[in-house]
Design a protein around this ligand. Structure first.
Ligand SMILES: *Cc1c(COP(=O)(O)O)cnc(C)c1O
Length: 504
C-alpha cells in the first residue's frame, strides 16, 4: 500500500498529535506500523490525547459493567497484570482464589454442596463465555441421552425469550443449536413460562431463563418455569433442564430478595452464569458459571491438569488470560462481604427509585421496569407522535450522558425505550443532574419541529438495529452503524444550521 501525503489524504492516514509534536516531528501513520521507534513519553502522549475523545465511563449509563473500584484493588490488579491465569503450576495461589470464588458463588446460589465437596464451576472472561460453556454441557448431555435411547441427535434446540442477550444467539449459531424464542408482547417484556414450556420438545437441550432482562431489568419467573417443566417432564419422560442467565441479577437477588426462589433451590436449575464485572463489582473481563453438581457437567468437556498433587479440572474456551480480574473478584468478596454487597445494591435501588420518581414527575414518561429486578430504569415516552426517545438519547449526548434508546424485540418492536443502568458509582447527585438535563432536553425538543413528521423521521425506526442499540442488543440490521451515524450527524448539522439562520 502506498500512503499518499497530499493534504486531503493526510488526515485519513496520519495522526495529528498536538502536544506530542513537542517530542515527534514526523506524523504517525494510522494503518501501518511506523518505520522507526519513538520515545516512550511521545507514544504515551499521542495515545493519551486521542483517548480523551472517548466518553467518560462513569457517565456511560448504557453499561452494566463496573467503572469504579477502590484504589487498593486497582493496586492488586496492577501487580498481577503480568500473571497468566492458565499457568496454574506457577501461580497456585491465584488458582486457589478462583476456586474460593467459585465456591462462594455456588453457596450464594444455594448449590447443594456436601460438606466434603467443592463446587463445580469456573471463572470466565464474562457471562458470554460462561453461557457458551453451559450451553455446550447441555448439548452434550442431551446428545448422550438421545444416543442411549437410539434416537436422532442432530437437531438440538434451546428455548428462550425473544429478550435474550445477543450471546445466546451467538451460542446458537456458533454451536449449531436452533434458538426457539418466545415472542414478547406490548406490556410483557420477558419470557412467558407457559409459552416457553409449550415450545419445549424432545430436542430441547434446555430452557434459558433470565434473571434480569437486559431490556427492562425484570426477573423472569424461574419458579413457575420450574414447576411447569417438572409437570411436562413427568408427562413426556423427557428431562428438559433449566439454565439461569443471572448475568446481572445474580449479584442482586441474593442480597435484596433472599426469599425469591430462582437458583439451585429449584431442582431443574442445573447451571447458572453471572457476570463478575457487572454487579459483581469488578472491571470488565470476568464472569462465572456454576453447575448444580458434577453430574451436570459431562466429563469429556473437562480437561484435567495436575499440580501440587491435586487435580485441577479446566473447562474454558480460551487458554491464556490475565489473573487480575479473578484477584479483584476475590478482593471484593472479602472486602465487602454479604453486608457490603447488600449495602451497595440497596443504595443502587434507592437511586433507581429516585430516578423513577423524577422521571414520572415530568409527566412525559411511562416506566417499564418493575419494582423488583435489576437496578435500572427503562422508560418510554407517553406521547411519541412528535418526538422520539432517539432524539432524547441524541440530545443527552451533548451533556456527556450516554443513555441508549432501542426498540423492543419481536413482537413488541413498536415500543421504543430509553434505559439508564444504575451502578454503584451512579450517585444521587448524578441522578439529580441527569433528571435536570432530561428536563432541559424535553424543553428543547418541544421548541423543535416534529422530527417524526419530517423526512428525517425515517431514520428513527431503524436506529435500534445499530448505533443506539445498547450493550449486547446489537443485532445485524438493515443499516450499517456508519450509515446511521452519518444520518444522525447530518440531522444535527442541519438543525444547527437552521437555528443559526433562523429557519426553525
Ligand atoms: C450482560 C449480559 C450478558 C453478557 O454478559 P458479558 O458478561 O458481558 O459477556 C448475557 N446475558 C445477560 C442477561 C446480560 O445482561
Amino acid at each position: 500500500m502506498v500512503i499518499s501525503t497530499t493534504a486531503g489524504d493526510r488526515a485519513d492516514h496520519f495522526l495529528d498529535c498536538t502536544f506530542a509534536s513537542r517530542y515527534v516531528r514526523n506524523p504517525v501513520p494510522k494503518f501501518m506500523m511506523p518505520a522507526t521507534s519513538q520515545p516512550k513519553e511521545a507514544a504515551y502522549q499521542i495515545i493519551n490525547d486521542e483517548l480523551m475523545l472517548d466518553g467518560a465511563p462513569r457517565l456511560n449509563l448504557a453499561s452494566f459493567v463496573t467503572t469504579w473500584m477502590e484504589p487498593e484493588c486497582d493496586k492488586l490488579m496492577m501487580a498481577s497484570m503480568n500473571k497468566n491465569y492458565v499457568d496454574m503450576d506457577e501461580y497456585p495461589v491465584t488458582t486457589e482464589l478462583q476456586n474460593r470464588c467459585v465456591n462462594m458463588i455456588a453457596n450464594l446460589f444455594n448449590a447443594p454442596i456436601g460438606a466434603a465437596e467443592t463446587a463445580v464451576g469456573v471463572g470466565t472472561v464474562g457471562s458470554s463465555e460462561a453461557i457458551m460453556l453451559a450451553g455446550l454441557a447441555f448439548k452434550r448431555k442431551w446428545q448422550h441421552r438421545r444416543k442411549l435411547e437410539g434416537k436422532p441427535y442432530d437437531k438440538p434446540n434451546i428455548v428462550t425469550g425473544a429478550n435474550v442477550q445477543v450471546c445466546w444467539e451467538k451460542f446458537a449459531r456458533y454451536f449449531e443449536v436452533e434458538l426457539k424464542e418466545v415472542k414478547l408482547s406490548e406490556g410483557y417484556y420477558v419470557m412467558d413460562p407457559v409459552k416457553a414450556v409449550e415450545m419445549v420438545d424432545e430436542n430441547t437441550i434446555c430452557v434459558a431463563a433470565i434473571l434480569g432482562s437486559t431490556l427492562t431489568g425484570e426477573f423472569e419467573d424461574v419458579k413457575l418455569l420450574n414447576d411447569l417443566l417438572i409437570k411436562k417432564n413427568k408427562e413426556t419422560g423427557w428431562e428438559t433442564p433449566i439454565h439461569v442467565d443471572a448475568a446481572s441479577g445474580g449479584f442482586i437477588a441474593p442480597f435484596l430478595y433472599p426469599e425469591l426462589e430462582w437458583d439451585f433451590r429449584l431442582p431443574l436449575v442445573k447451571s447458572i452464569n453471572v457476570s463478575g464485572h457487572k454487579y459483581g463489582l469488578v472491571y470488565a473481563g470476568v464472569g462465572w458459571v456454576v453447575w448444580r453438581s458434577k453430574e451436570d457437567l459431562p466429563d469429556e468437556l473437562v480437561f484435567h491438569i495436575n499440580y501440587l498433587g491435586s487435580d485441577q479440572p479446566t473447562f474454558t474456551l480460551n487458554f491464556s488470560k490475565g489473573s487480575s480480574q479473578i484477584i479483584a473478584q476475590y478482593y471484593q468478596f472479602i472486602r465487602l462481604g454479604f453486608e457490603g454487597y447488600k449495602n451497595v445494591m440497596e443504595n443502587c435501588m434507592d437511586n433507581t427509585r429516585a430516578l423513577k420518581e423524577g422521571l414520572e414527575k415530568t409527566g412525559r414518561f411511562e416506566i417499564l421496569s418493575k419494582d423488583i429486578g435489576v437496578p435500572l430504569v427503562a422508560f418510554k415516552l407517553k406521547d411519541s407522535s412528535k418526538h422520539t426517545v432517539f432524539e432524547i438519547a441524541d440530545s443527552l449526548r451533548k451533556f456527556g450522558w450516554i443513555v441508549p434508546a432501542y426498540t423492543m424485540p419481536a413482537n413488541a418492536e413498536h415500543i421504543a425505550v430509553l434505559r439508564v443502568v444504575v451502578r454503584e458509582d451512579f450517585s444521587r447527585s448524578l441522578a439529580e443532574r441527569l433528571l435536570s438535563d432530561i428536563d432541559k432536553v424535553l424543553n428543547e425538543i418541544d421548541t423543535l419541529p416534529s422530527r417524526v413528521s419530517m423526512k428525517a423521521a425515517h431514520v428513527t425506526p431503524t436506529v435500534d438495529e445499530g448505533v443506539n442499540a445498547s450493550e449486547g442488543m446489537v443485532k445485524p440490521g438493515k443499516k450499517s452503524v456508519e450509515e446511521i451515524q452519518r444520518e444522525v450527524a447530518t440531522y444535527w448539522r442541519n438543525l444547527v444550521e437552521r437555528k443559526r439562520t433562523g429557519v426553525c
